[in-house]
Design a protein around this ligand. Sequence first.
Ligand SMILES: Cc1ncc(COP(=O)(O)O)c(C=O)c1O
Length: 343
Amino acid sequence: MIDLRGDTATKPTPAMRRAMAEAEVGDEQRGEDPTVRALEERAAGLLGQEAAVFVTSATMGNLIALWTLAKPGDDLIGDAASHVFQRELGGAAVVAGLMARGVEGTGGTFEPEDLHRAARSQTGAVEPSGVVTIENTHADAGGRVWPVRLALDVVAAARELGLTAHLDGARLLNAAVATATPASAWGGAFDAVTLCLTKGLGCPFGALLAGSASLIDEARERRRLLGGAMRQAGVVAAAGVYALDEHVTRLEDDHVNARRLADGLAAAGVAVDPAAVETNCVLIDASGMGLAGADAIGRLASRGVLASPGSGGEAVRLWTHLDIGPGEVDRAVPAIAAAISSP
Ligand SMILES: Cc1ncc(COP(=O)(O)O)c(C=O)c1O
């Protein structure tokens, strides 16, 4: 099987496992785990923030961020197709008490005017209050990058409106590598930023939430409330430190492989737009080939290629990652083309 369901499909490499086995550890809840502390400091610097806290998953990072940046009854504004809006609203509602206001974005992005409209739709009289979240890269849009200028304009609009701003940067390093831009160019503008370790970075566990020192103190307390404070977590944090050393610049390989996959599929007549591939995801327009997304995914699986559905049910997503090289791409192309075009 060639597993293109997600860039989460990776297994830790032997070198990453060695780094984990050799990690110095301590009681993380007491701030005594040197490897966790090193990872948090590295991540804060990378994301242009003062401090960071190690969390179990990007979902937990996003939840703690939104909970810390807004109060019950506030609006949570974001792109309706984002991961937060598609998969994480339950936590935002139950734990943080937020009211979701989805914006219909374009290719995963939206404009400051969209934010103004969404924020003002609440009532005529009450000042908007709450948090806006954006996702960079945007998974459902096929790993699309938010242009830095647009992200900064949306943050400026949030400030004008009195809203706080959160960046779901689960794949921010893909955006950084694809555009040769420091992650801090986006990250430093937001009140809080989530970075995931288990996607293109290839770790088995964890994410980081970064923000000001006071916000991260508050986030640590909320992480404890959720049962997310840890003990000798340096064993898993070591994978993160290793990945930040060794797996960032190589994200470009995933991007090159995604373009190779898209070009190959387009040449084989599959409904793919290679020009839309900005990072490590390729979208097949199944409906353009007369198929429902689920049907197309089933056909691919029967030919040995695993894919995942886009949120609309019509697109099929293929993700490249650490465990996919040009050889896998070249085997996947004819298998996918045959699966989709067979009667
Ligand atoms: C953009 C984005 N944010 C957040 C998440 C949640 O990540 P996790 O599985 O670490 O909770 C995902 C997962 O795929 C994602 O794609």
